[in-house]
Write a protein that binds this ligand. Structure first.
Ligand code: NDP
Length: 327
């Protein structure tokens, strides 16, 4: 495993990390979650991603039990939570980035995960109902209280991240360090273009999600007969409606042919492609089975095969290389 700096911070994060969305406390049994975390940790993964909203808090509870059972030294891993969507409560005070919910979400995540502090705490989405000053002050205070070490954002625009930095600068507060955007062969603009202006200054690390586009980039939906896969779940029809469309599947079919020519698997090609981008601090893997994680962790071995010629061929298939502004 290799480690990368999380943006301008001094924190070293494993280039492959592991997350629990859909799976922990929901799709998979707790003993499988334990096997997956153990496999990840034993392979050098040092970052485990979570959120208050995942399975309405159950995902954090499962992860907390595993962390406790494993007894890994606290200085050997990084664990995150995210605030915004709430943990299932429907009342107006149970979500958002206002001071009340940010404090309560943090305290609840600490209890569920059974840790004294969160290494990373993300604002899961921007909150139009809360002044940015309130959120930045809240995050800064949590750092001063020792409850979180670094804070960041998820799916914020470059402008919103800059606004947070401007507030931090104005009041001498600690600003956001990392952003968690979707990044994979099908979704590229934010990471490849929009954030370009803020990677160096004020500085931004990225913990990218859905490297396999929820499994589509494994190629398995080209002829998937299995019922238990993510995009066959009825509650996720909004996601399969977006992803399982002919334009995407045609590209995936071509990519699968190209991966076969290269002699590597589709998951390896898709994950190695994400790792190739040096703006990516860590690629968060997801898996519902140990065989999947075992395969995905080996993507690291294939990054060097992605030569400029190979990257160009992939761009020709994808036809979605973002255009950089010329001014
Ligand atoms: P992926 O795009 O890699 O999808 C993972 C899913 O794809 C698995 O659960 C499995 O689903 C399937 N899969 C994975 N590997 C294989 C394989 N080798 N062969 C066949 N199928 C495979 O990642 P996620 O979408 O899970 O995102 C990763 C993490 O990122 C999340 O756990 C979460 O921590 C974070 N995230 C953050 C978001 C945010 O808004 N900040 C949003 C979404 C995710 P199955 O077996 O069910 O088909």
């Amino acid at each position: 495993m290799k480690y990368r700096r999380l943006g301008k911070s001094g924190l070293q994060v494993s280039e492959l990390s592991f997350g629990s969305w859909i799976t922990f406390g929901n799709q998979i049994e707790d003993n499988t979650s334990e096997d997956l975390m153990k496999m990840a940790y034993d392979s050098g993964v040092n970052f485990f991603d979570n959120a208050e909203a995942y399975a309405d808090g159950a995902s954090e509870k499962v992860m907390g039990e595993i962390l406790k059972k494993m007894g890994w030294a606290r200085d050997t891993y990084i664990v995150s939570s995210k605030v915004f969507f709430g943990a299932g409560g429907k009342l107006p005070t149970q979500k958002g980035l206002n001071r009340k919910h940010v404090y309560e979400a943090c305290n609840d995540a600490l209890k569920r995960l059974q840790v004294d502090y969160l290494d990373l705490f993300f604002c899961h989405r921007p909150d139009k109902q809360t002044p940015i000053e309130e959120t930045v002050w809240s995050m800064h205070t949590l750092i001063q209280q020792g409850k979180i070490l670094y804070w960041g954002t998820s799916e914020w625009s470059a402008q919103e991240i800059m606004e947070a930095h401007m507030v931090a600068r104005q009041y001498n507060l600690i600003g956001p360090v990392m952003e968690q955007p979707q990044y994979n062969m099908l979704v590229r603009d934010k990471v490849e273009v929009e954030y370009n202006q803020i990677y160096k200054n004020p500085g931004l690390g990225t913990t990218i999600w859905s490297p396999l586009a929820s499994g589509v980039l494994t190629g398995k939906y080209l002829n998937n007969q299995e019922d238990k896969t993510r995009l066959k779940r009825t509650e996720l029809s909004w996601l399969s409606d977006k992803l399982l469309v002919s334009e995407t599947l045609e590209k995936v079919e071509q990519l699968a042919g190209f991966a076969a020519e290269m002699g590597i698997s589709m998951p390896h090609l898709a994950i190695a492609w994400c790792l190739k981008n040096e703006r990516v601090s860590t690629v968060i893997l997801g898996a519902s089975k140990t065989e999947q994680l075992k395969e995905n962790l080996r993507a690291i071995e294939h990054v060097d095969k992605l030569t400029p010629e190979v990257m160009q061929k992939i761009d020709e298939i994808l036809q979605n290389k973002p255009k950089h502004p010329t001014f």
